[in-house]
Write a protein that binds this ligand. Structure first.
Ligand code: TRP
Length: 448
């Protein structure tokens, strides 16, 4: 059998997983969701689910991945054999990877377009109305966002075709910390703007009466999306983790880093948005109009804006890489395609679905179903349905189907690692996570 690649070091796993986790989910989707779901109420639920369910689900995926050394479909065949339903978790994951990548690259394309705008100094001297107009014009342009999306997919395919170690690890290691630095600078700026306090109140002061089934499922969907869990991306990454690496501490670090970046994004967006009079429910335009406005008011704004969009593009790229990697790992191992062929084919299929998502933003586009645009349908189908279902099946598999000794063996690297809380973790996987996911999932069905 061909030797599979492994991540080079423990820092490599953390950085690659963090690279997958950190992206538009934190900086773009989190503020949109928090804004639409009551701010503080959403944040509280989000933190609880991400820290408790998120960490246990991430570990469960790592356990499956490293134990099987395989892609999400192959993993369940290796562990369970062919004749049973478990492989459908893998299939669900691969379908999910295509759907997420399709609409994710819409916004990824926007970031590329906005990098161009930043470089060309397109925001200079514009007031809020003009900046909002620019966003609307860009996203509904007949071909520009499509070209940007295809360019982004091509970039992703090139990195993925070159393989895990050279591609994914190297990029993540250098650039993710830099993103954190620039976000802290932006926080400081945003917090010192007039009217910032009102935004902070919106984001941090929970109004518990706002918590309902929709807020619960949105927060859970967002945490799964943001942590890249529930569809096998981290089964795939788990399969590259070496035998001696500590998965427990790696998962905890990634969850904390991801949560930190999402909260930072909130601290940047909400005070500034309130200060400019942008409504927190503004959705897509929240980030793409608030940020250019903030940069305009900063000394050295042109450079900060440029660097920010460079880093955002790269953070997004390390996420699209992890999504395409699920498809490529599956296609190379299950269909025996070469990495390059798999990357090209995978991105072509994604491009077809993705174009529809991008074009669905055009006014009068026929890509509306029941008043929802195709982009939003892909987004909700994955975050509110497929990922919770996938996540539930994954924790049930590790907690109830796998032998306890095997799961503990993975958590402790065959007993060589002292993980004092291994039993607690195991019970969180076995009981807490499935119950939490089920309750939240059902609350949405009942609440609607
Ligand atoms: N987590 C990434 C983000 O927050 C997006 C992402 C990458 C993802 N890989 C994934 C989401 C796998 C779900 C599943 O931007």
């Amino acid at each position: 059998m061909k030797q599979r690649e492994n991540f080079g070091s423990k820092l490599g796993i953390i950085m690659a997983t963090a690279g997958s986790a950190l992206g538009l989910g934190n900086i773009y989707r989190f503020p949109c969701e928090a804004g639409a779901n009551g701010g503080g109420a959403f944040l509280i639920v989000y933190l609880a689910v991400a820290l408790l369910v998120g960490t246990t689900l991430m570990l469960s995926e790592f356990i499956i991945g490293r134990r099987s050394h395989s892609n999400p479909i192959g993993a369940f065949r290796v562990l369970e054999g062919k004749k049973n339903g478990w492989m459908s978790i893998g299939w669900l994951g691969v379908v999910c990877a295509f759907l997420i990548l399709a609409f994710y690259t819409t916004v990824a394309g926007w970031t590329l377009g906005y990098l161009g705008k930043a470089a060309a100094n397109h925001f200079a001297g514009n007031d809020l109305a003009q900046i909002q107009e620019q966003f609307a014009a860009f996203t509904t342009h007949p071909w520009l966002p499509v070209v940007c999306q295809l360019a982004f997919l091509a970039l992703t395919a090139i990195v993925v075709a070159r393989g895990v170690k050279d591609g994914i690890e190297k990029w993540s290691k250098i650039l993710m910390p830099l993103l954190l630095v620039i976000m802290v600078v932006l926080c400081v700026k945003s917090l010192t703007m007039p009217g910032a306090a009102e935004g902070m109140r919106f984001f941090f002061k929970p109004d518990f009466s706002k918590i309902n089934g929709h807020v619960l499922i949105s927060a859970m969907g967002q945490s799964f999306f943001s942590l890249s869990i529930g569809m096998g991306a981290l089964i795939t990454y788990g399969s590259y983790i070496g035998a001696k690496d500590n998965m427990v501490s790696s998962s905890v670090s990634v969850v904390l880093a991801d949560t930190l970046v999402a909260v930072l994004a909130g601290i940047i967006i909400f005070p500034a948005a309130f200060s400019f009079g942008i409504k927190p429910e503004a959705g897509a335009s929240l980030v793409f109009t608030t940020l250019p406005m903030v940069f305009q008011q900063m000394t050295g704004g042109y450079f900060f804006c440029l660097i920010f969009f460079v880093l955002l593009v790269i953070a997004t790229l390390t996420s699209t890489i992890s999504l395409l990697e699920v498809i490529v790992a599956t296609a190379t191992e299950e269909l025996k395609l070469s990495r390059t062929k798999a990357a090209v084919l995978g991105s072509l299929v994604t491009a077809v679905i993705g174009l529809l998502a991008t074009l669905s933003f055009r006014t009068g586009s026929p890509l509306h179903i029941n008043g929802k645009i195709f982009f939003d349908i892909l987004d909700s189908a994955t975050a509110l349905y497929l990922m919770p279902i996938g996540g539930l099946l994954i924790v049930l598999f590790v907690g109830w189907r796998m032998k306890k000794a095997d799961a503990i063996d993975e958590l402790t690297n065959g007993g060589t690692l002292r993980v004092g809380i291994r039993k607690v973790i195991y019970y969180l996987i076995r009981y807490m996570a499935p119950v939490a996911i089920l309750v939240i999932f059902i609350s949405q069905l009942v609440g609607d």
